[in-house]
Structure formats: C-alpha cells, structure tokens
Design a protein around this ligand. Structure first.
Ligand SMILES: Nc1nc2c(ncn2[C@@H]2O[C@H](COP(=O)(O)OP(=O)(O)O)[C@@H](O)[C@H]2O)c(=O)[nH]1
Ligand SMILES: [Mg+2]
Length: 127
C-alpha cells in the first residue's frame, strides 16, 4: 500500500466542497487513514511549498494557502500517488477558481509524499 498527501485548499473548504472532494478519492478505492483541518501558518506553508521559493507566483501562493482553513488528508491505496494526481486533474477542471486557487493538492512523487506526510502527519510518517 502506498500513502499520499492531499490538501483540500482554502477555496475548497470555503465553498463547502470537503465531503464531495474526499468522496471522489474514496469512490476510486483510496482509503482515508488520516484527516485534519488546520490553517497553515507561514512557516508550515513555506515548509510545504519550499521548492517554489523565488518563483513569480510564490508570494501569492503563500498568501492564499494561509488565507483560511485547509484539510489535510492522508490517503492509502494501490498506486495512490499517481491515482490522486489523475483524480486531482479532473477535480481541478470542475472546481478550480484560477491557477492559484485550484482546490486540491496531491503529492507528485514517492519522495514528495514521504516528505509531505512527515510535515502534516508526523505521527504516521514512516509507516
Ligand atoms: N498564479 C500561479 N500559481 C501557480 C502557478 N503554478 C503553480 N501555481 C500554484 O502553486 C501550486 C504548486 O505548484 P505546482 O507544484 O507546480 O503544481 P501542483 O503540483 O499541480 O499543485 C499550484 O497548485 C498552484 O496553486 C502559476 O504559474 N501561477
Ligand atoms: Mg506540486
């Protein structure tokens, strides 16, 4: 079983999409094994999005992701990382507000998943 991190971003929470979004992952055979609502502060946002530091959209991204509560979801399943990236493409087509406010995050590789799970679910990391 593979683990991956999803974040329901502030625009998804604000528009009451949490249940619907998580439903898509569950309907595709993925299992929720961790779930927490939190508002990212600057330090956590910079830890999560550090790879983008210096890019033109970085300040906007940090301001947005800290603008309201998010929901971190730890999902498990066969090929969970690739599956979630595919599901997120479809979800963004339906729900994204714009390039920044794109509703969902998903880990993009095994290395990212391990790093991100350790950031948001330290109690479950390395499982
Ligand atoms: N305004 C703006 N935001 C961006 C752009 N590229 C990425 N973002 C935001 O930054 C996040 C992280 O970017 P990236 O890791 O490349 O995309 P992801 O892995 O598909 O989420 C995206 O989900 C968007 O919220 C861009 O060109 N312009
Ligand atoms: Mg990314």
């Amino acid at each position: 079983m593979e683990g991956t991190l999803v974040i329901i971003k502030p625009d998804g929470v604000r528009r009451n999409l949490i249940g619907r979004l998580i439903g898509h992952y569950e309907q595709n055979g993925l299992t929720v094994v961790g779930l927490k609502m939190l508002q990212l502060d600057n330090s956590l946002a910079e830890q999560h999005y550090g790879e983008h530091k210096g890019k033109s959209f970085y300040q906007e991204l940090i301001a947005y992701i800290t603008s309201g509560p998010s929901v971190a979801v730890l999902l498990e399943g066969r090929d969970a990382i690739v599956q979630v990236r595919r599901i997120n493409e479809e979800l963004r087509k339906s729900y994204a507000v714009n390039t920044t406010q794109n509703t969902v995050h998903g880990s993009d590789s095994l290395q990212s998943a391990e790093r991100e799970i350790a950031v948001f679910f330290p109690e479950k990391a390395g499982a």
